[in-house]
Design a protein around this ligand. Structure first.
Ligand code: GAR
Length: 196
């Protein structure tokens, strides 16, 4: 039993998850990084942390199903039971959803259902909200929907600019995500299939 993290970009959440899982000796280790963006910074982090990475561009496949069938085979090879999306900027398709029912979790940098999609931090800042935050939710077939597992608020204060607001959101993510993933993989958080 092990966890795969999927990421497309910088990978700060990926790194934090690996660090915390090692420090806390999680019963289920993170054994694989799946990346869809060749050259992404997260790949350097994976190498430094000694986590094997699979990185292919979906563009090299005929369609999403073919790409996900390839990914599925990699997940099988590594005995992956849980998928943690950490800045994976791609909609999960039915091939992976069917293979991992309620076993895919995502983090999003807003208080969903507000500001789904790309650049949620910039969207909230431009709107002029007084409070935004971070959401962790199970993944279903749509973008940033699916049952919420946890949310934390982050204040947008008078002296915040986009940079300081972004930093605050990322700090909240780095605190929240490892805590929620740990509770999820150890069964402390019940998924819809576990509820009677
Ligand atoms: C994070 O803020 C994450 O919430 C966001 O991408 C960033 C990745 O940062 N995800 C989404 O917007 C998903 N819709 P990281 O690569 O440094 O972990």
């Amino acid at each position: 039993m092990s966890i795969a993290v999927f990421a497309s970009g910088s990978g700060s959440n990926f790194e934090r998850l690996v660090e915390v899982s090692r420090d806390q000796k999680w019963p289920v280790p993170i054994r694989l990084l799946v990346c869809d963006k060749p050259g992404a910074k997260v790949l350097e982090r994976a190498e430094r942390l000694g986590i094997p990475a699979v990185c292919v561009s979906p563009k090299t496949f005929a369609d999403k199903a073919a790409y996900e069938t390839f990914v599925l085979a990699e997940l099988d090879k590594h005995g992956i039971e849980w998928i943690v999306l950490a800045g994976y900027m791609r909609l999960i398709g039915s091939t992976l959803l069917d293979a991992y029912p309620w076993r895919i979790v995502n983090i999003h940098p807003s208080l969903l259902p507000a500001f789904p999609g790309k650049d949620a931090i910039g969207q909230a800042f431009a709107y002029g909200v007084k409070v935004s935050g971070v959401s962790v939710h199970l993944v279903d077939e749509e973008m940033d929907t699916g049952p919420l597992l946890a949310q934390v608020p982050v204040l947008l204060e008078e002296d915040d600019d986009l940079e300081s607001f972004t930093t605050k959101i990322h700090q909240a993510e780095h605190r929240l995500y490892p805590e929620v993933v740990y509770r999820w993989i150890t069964g402390a958080i019940k998924t819809p299939d576990m509820k009677g």
